[in-house]
Design a protein around this ligand. Sequence first.
Ligand SMILES: [Zn+2]
Length: 264
Amino acid sequence: MQRNFCGLRLSVGSLMVVLVACSSSYAARAVRSSESGDSLTVVIDAGHGGHDRGGIPGQRVAEKNMTLDVAQRLRNVLSGAGYHVVMTRDSDVFVPLATRVAIANSYRNAIFVCIHFNATNRMGASGIETYFYTRDSLPLASAVHYYVTGGAPSANRGVRRRGYYVLRKTAIPAVLVECGFLTNPTEAAYAQTASYRQKLAEEIAAGVRGRSSLGSASYIDQTKVTRSERHSSKRSHKKSARKKKSSSKPAGSEARSGSINREA
Ligand SMILES: [Zn+2]
């Protein structure tokens, strides 16, 4: 819907830049291949896992399985293209959010791509959203969202800025893609198709490759919404938190509560 990327307005100056860039395409190619060869690390984070199924209570399709499958496919696509790839989880295990962030932050020249699927009590809700938090992450979010929405039949719910834990705490460009609603029968059917999950992985990979060339999309700012929701949800969960205070927070729980709240 909103694809007003920068750089579409061609002035004489920018035209000259384009011409210069074309004349040095060999050099550009060399830069690209060295980047994809060994300098950039892509940390892929499959949402949820283990006892944390993701989604909402009673949800038929477990989000944790869909996120892992897309993450593994994305790993294969990016590895094939020469990127160094690190997975925060590569099986059905629970990994705390802080551990996911620590893994991401242990790499210097790296980006973080977090895979989720959405859920809500309203069955009709559908579409794809891409989240970022830091300004450095917006070009990556814009590119990933551009390609994923371009390759998916689902609605475009826009690029959004929001303070999810894994986006706030990572020191590298970080995005979180919500690849459709598993509570929507049509999107759940898509998600359960291997060819569709492969397509998602390929489009996310295209976003990784194109992150520096598409510019920044306009976005929906949900940073204020997040803050108030976090406060109210903290308050409402105080009693249960006291009862089971030793249990750590499920991975992606912010994303899950966010999904519900987004539809409220
Ligand atoms: Zn999730």
